[in-house]
Design a protein around this ligand. Structure first.
Ligand SMILES: [Zn+2]
Length: 123
């Protein structure tokens, strides 16, 4: 179906934008089931535009026993959250904020809080 191809192309184009959220950032979920909760980013899946946030969006997985090392049972695991559903959580503002990019005097691109101007580390 041509429509699907178009959707796929758009998704790829969107994914090419470098996420402003990085591993170990604190984020707040702003939409969905976990709205209002904060957590630390464990993994950024840039190609899928998703993030995995520690202890958020936990799903139960039923795994079969596979020998003495993995007895099976119900395993709780974080499921990816669309990156558009989370915002950077600025601890100085104590609020979810948008992240800006600023070029420093030495040419390095650094991330800043758009609300208070706090520097958030390199891009
Ligand atoms: Zn701030």
């Amino acid at each position: 179906m041509p429509e699907q191809n178009i959707v796929r192309r758009i998704k790829k184009a969107v994914a090419r934008v470098k996420p402003r959220i990085k591993k170990n950032d604190m984020v707040m979920v702003v939409t969905g089931r976990e709205r209002g909760k904060t957590g630390k980013v464990m993994r950024v899946m840039a190609d899928d535009a998703r993030v995995i946030v520690e202890r958020l969006n936990v799903v139960k997985r039923h795994s079969k026993p596979r020998g003495p090392q993995s007895p099976g049972g119900i395993v709780e695991k974080e499921a990816p959250i669309p990156i558009s559903n989370v915002m950077f959580f600025c601890e100085r503002c104590n609020a979810p904020v948008r992240v800006g990019i600023k070029t420093a005097a030495d040419g390095a691109r650094i991330r800043i809080c758009r609300r208070c101007g706090e520097q958030l580390g390199n891009e």
